[in-house]
Each structure stands twice: as C-alpha cells, then as structure tokens.
Design a binder for this molecule. Structure first.
Ligand SMILES: Nc1ncnc2c1ncn2[C@@H]1O[C@H](COP(=O)(O)OP(=O)(O)O)[C@@H](O)[C@H]1O
Ligand SMILES: [Mg+2]
Length: 401
C-alpha cells in the first residue's frame, strides 16, 4: 500500500508480524539444535574416525523417530559440524543429504542427486543406477575425498526398490578390500519395521548404531518454538501465551516440532491477513484448521497431479460414506470421476495402486490388506484428516495448478 499524504494524516504501510519468515521454512537448518545434545554427540562419535583416521573405516548409522522429532535437523547439523571440523583439520569430507521420498524412492534419482552435488554438470541420461554408483565411487577416488551420504526418509527407497538398493550401497564399499575407505551411510526412518527384510549383516550394523529420537516434551517444544519465533517475528508480535498454546497443540500431536513450526508460521500469515499487530489465539486456531498433522500443505503440493487427484477422490468418497474404510475399487472409481471433472485421462489400475502406496508412504491414508472370497483386497482409510477440510485444501491447490 502506498503512503497516503495530505490532511496531516499519514497511513503507513501495514507492518508484517514477521521480520524473517524464511527461518520458518521447512528446509531451514536451525543454528542451535535444542535438547538433542546426547543424540548429536553419539552420531559425532560414530563418525569421529573420518577426521581422526581418515580413509581407514566406513560406517553406517540409523536415525529413528516420529514425525517432527528432529531427525532431519539432527543429521543436517551433524553434517555441518563434520564439514567444519574437517576444514579445521584439513581433511577431505563431503556430507550429502538426500530425501528419498522427494526422489520418489528411486535409487537412480538418489544417486543422480548425489553425483550432481559433486559434479553439477553430470548428464541426466544414459546410466543405470549401478553405473551411477560406480561413477560416484570413481568421483570420490578422483577427488580423494570421503563421503557421508544421508538417506532421509529411506522408507521410500525400501518401498520402491526393496532391500537390494540399500544392500548395494553398503556392499560397494565393502567389496573394495584394498585402498581407502570412502563411503559411509546414515539412514533416517520413522518406521523401524521397514528394516526387517534387510540382510542380517546390514541390519545388525544399523541396529547397533541406531539413534532413537524420543518425542519432544511440552517444555522442550516450548523452547524450540521460542527460539525460532525470536528470529522470525517482530518483537512483541507473538506473546508467550501464544507460544504455550502452540507447544501444547504440538505436544498432543506426538511431540511434533514440525507441526509446531508450521503452525507458528501459518498463524503469522493469518495475523498479517487481518492486519493484526500480533498473533492472536484465533489465528492459531485458523492455522490448525488447515495444517493437518498427517499431511502438510507443502507435502500436498509436492504430490504429482494424479496423486493429488487420487487423494481428492478418496476425500470425496469419505465425505459421503458412513464406512471407515473404502475398497481400492471404490477409491479408484471416485478417482476416475475426479479425473473427468478436471479433464484428465485416468491412469490405469497398476498406476493407481502406486499412487495409493505413495499416499500411504506420506502418511495421509492408511492401507491394509484383507482376505476376501476373491483373493486379497486393499482397504483404505483416512484416519487423521477430516475429509471435508482435505477436500477443500486439495481443490484449492489443484486449481492453482
Ligand atoms: N532440537 C531442535 N531444535 C531446534 N529446532 C528443531 C529441533 N528439532 C526439530 N526442530 C525443527 O523442527 C522442525 C521439524 O524437525 P525435523 O528435523 O524436520 O523433524 P523430522 O525429520 O524428525 O520429521 C524443523 O523445522 C526443525 O528445524
Ligand atoms: Mg525429516
């Protein structure tokens, strides 16, 4: 808004409650990791050899914990510290953090991202995943460096490729009996069950080096929210009561710091929309109405168009159903109707099945197999999100393109 002058009165530009909104971004790495000292120390000790006795060992570690328990933040912080320490000691190390879900669980895409971090102009075609793995090792040789590769949300990789991919990643280093050790792995998962199928030796090392992240308690969440709010918000724009309110909500969502920070951000957006000078409880309540713990608007945006349409179909189905579960057939039918509405050719059954897998991987739907007369059918439920609210949000996002 322009400043209006004349009549002696000045209406100044409405101020935002934020001074630095970017620190509330999903990918922001906090400068201080609170209440995770023991976990950070454990991880640092596991990989201490990289700077103490470079090239002599490789290591694997596993970080386990619920959504928003600080797994990603812990790994990223570890990576930054490691690089800093390596620089001080003049040791060559790279830390590469790849989110497997964003790479659609494809080993090829994950390795491609890793290779691109080291060689930005690496061509995007003409290689198989295994060739890329060899290429990665060769680049590490050429640069004479060590790499800690962090596979965040590794569940997606196991879902898509089975246990082979992880097996290959661990073997590629072990098969090089001679010469320097170069590749270490950190896996991150919210689901300990996922590792059941791995071969024994891969599994046992991972389990030995597993870090379990407990749920954050309410005072811990309050510290995390306060420290972030202090840099994101204008002084006085958010009161300790509001911070308490948000911490309380996130505590009942299983100590989910990500939920807390999402609410912290969206509440501020609503305050700005109202031209309010500070965040009020009603802004927080409005935020909780669209930030579902099971899926964030950002995550909805990251889904492909047809995954969004499939989810919209499921939401529509449950809006009009008295049942808690839907069959794959019902969901697919509803998806087809939605496709027609949006002028899209519905994809086939196999593809639809994949969309369901992805949606359940994200956590927005649950699926369970059930035996029936005609074999096994998959039942779908939407346990954590109100169908109507989801429908509204999805429609908005789909229509924005
Ligand atoms: N101990 C902590 N101190 C400061 N910020 C934290 C802490 N734990 C989590 N966060 C913040 O909370 C959000 C969610 O954490 P994240 O690491 O993404 O959780 P997860 O990967 O376990 O789902 C991020 O914005 C992160 O920066
Ligand atoms: Mg994470």
């Amino acid at each position: 808004m322009k400043e209006l002058q004349g009549g002696g009165e000045r209406v100044s530009q409405p101020r935002s409650v934020f001074v630095d909104e970017a620190v509330l971004d999903l990918n922001y790495i906090p400068s201080r990791l609170l209440h995770r000292d023991a976990e950070l120390r454990f991880l640092t000790n596991l990989f201490r050899f990289i700077v103490d006795t470079p090239y002599e060992m490789s290591q694997r570690a596993l970080i386990l914990g619920g959504v928003g328990s600080g797994k990603t933040a812990l790994a990223q912080k570890f990576g930054l510290n490691l690089k800093e320490e390596a620089r001080r000691r003049r040791v060559r190390v790279e830390y590469i953090h790849v989110n497997c879900r964003e790479s659609r669980g494809s080993l090829f895409m994950i390795l491609q991202r890793a290779v691109r971090r080291l060689r930005p102009n690496f061509p995007d075609r003409g290689f198989s995943a295994n060739e890329l793995l060899d290429t990665l090792m060769r680049i590490l040789d050429e640069e004479d460096t060590q790499l800690v590769l962090c596979l965040d949300e590794v569940d997606a990789l196991i879902d898509e490729e089975g246990s082979d991919a992880l097996y290959n990643l661990t073997r590629v280093q072990e098969e090089r009996l001679e010469g320097p050790r170069r590749l270490s792995l950190i896996c991150i998962s919210k689901d300990p069950e996922k590792f059941r199928e791995l071969d024994k030796s891969t599994l046992s090392t991972l389990q030995r080096n597993a870090i379990r992240m407990p749920e954050y308690t309410r005072p811990q969440l309050s510290d995390i929210v306060t420290s972030r709010a202090e840099i994101a918000y204008r002084p006085g724009a958010i009161s300790p009561e509001i911070i308490d309110f948000i911490s309380e909500l996130a505590t009942s969502e299983g100590g989910d710091a990500r939920y807390a920070i999402d609410i912290l951000w969206r509440a501020g957006k609503y305050a700005d929309t109202d031209y309010a000078r500070e965040v009020l409880p009603e802004h927080v309540r409005k935020a909780t109405a669209i930030v579902f713990p099971a899926i964030r608007p950002e995550e909805i945006r990251q889904l492909s168009r047809h995954e969004k349409l499939a989810l919209l179909g499921i939401a529509r189905h449950f809006m009009h159903s008295r049942e808690t579960k839907a069959t794959t057939g019902e969901a697919e039918l509803s998806y087809q109707v939605v496709c027609e509405e949006y002028g899209e050719e519905p994809r086939g059954h196999t593809q639809f099945w994949k969309y369901l897998n992805r949606l359940s991987g994200v956590g927005v739907i649950s699926t369970a197999l059930q035996a029936s007369e005609r074999g096994r059918t998959q039942l779908i439920s939407l346990p954590k999100v109100p169908a109507e609210a989801l429908e509204r949000e999805l429609t908005k996002i789909i229509e924005q393109g």
